[in-house]
Design a protein around this ligand. Structure first.
Ligand code: CDP
Length: 216
């Protein structure tokens, strides 16, 4: 059985940074499932499909072959589209199309294939739906204000013009939609280890997770 470590939680809780660090320490593949939803959203945008037409979006996404590589590079039908994944419109659209069952179904298969040799995988439904039998599941969260500030600083560091309130409101809205959707909503798996990173540094979160992993 390949080793699967699932890390779920709301936006900007620090999942990517800890998942990447754990994967490196444990010599496992790192997979960011959000990047797959973002990749689909980018192609829908580029194609100019009205995203409110669910079946049209689902049919279009059905024919896309999305691959995420260790390190975060993402390819759709062999085209490297990594550069577009963090655009504001892509973020917004990823949240909408992630409510579509057909899109999730397609990505479910892709995620299971990508992680077949084991992975540290982060997302919203990894421990609940994608890998319900994962060896260990974490649910990483933090207060909204802290997550807003972290995402704001990340965007500033990337040179993206933004303001703290808009960034915080945007992640709050996306979290609500992710928690309330009918298909694969964001919630802790029943057996997940819950970590609140509000007052913890990145290293402290990683240490807590490593301790839990070593205990098993
Ligand atoms: O990086 P950030 O936490 O802001 O978001 P992300 O992980 O890149 O995910 C973008 C969006 O994709 C989320 O807001 C969800 O709507 C969707 N998503 C999902 O539904 N299921 C996943 N396993 C991962 C992401």
């Amino acid at each position: 059985m390949p080793l699967i470590i699932a890390i779920d939680g709301p936006a900007a809780a620090g999942k990517s940074s800890v998942a990447r660090a754990l994967a490196k320490k444990l010599n496992l593949l790192y997979l960011d499932s959000g990047s797959l939803y973002r990749a689909m959203a980018w192609k829908v945008l580029q194609k100019g499909i009205d995203p409110s037409y669910q079946s049209e979006v689902e049919n279009f996404c059905h024919d896309l072959n999305v691959i995420a590589q260790h390190g975060g590079q993402v390819f759709v039908n062999q085209e490297d589209i990594t550069h577009f994944l963090r655009l504001t419109d892509v973020t917004r659209l990823s949240s909408l199309i992630s409510t579509y069952a057909g899109v999730r179904q397609k990505l479910l298969k892709i995620q299971r294939t990508l992680a077949q040799a084991g992975a540290v995988m982060e997302g919203r439904d990894i421990g609940t739906v994608v890998f319900p039998d994962a060896n260990i599941k974490f649910y990483l969260s933090a207060d909204l204000a802290v997550r807003g500030e972290r995402r704001y600083q990340e965007m500033l560091a990337k040179g993206i013009a933004c303001d703290l309130k808009t960034v915080t409101d945007e992640i709050n809205k996306r979290d609500d939609s992710d928690k309330e959707r009918a298909v694969a909503p964001l919630k802790p798996a029943p057996n997940a280890v819950i970590i609140d990173s509000t007052a913890l540094s990145l290293d402290e979160v990683i240490d807590q997770m490593l301790q839990q992993i070593n205990n098993r």
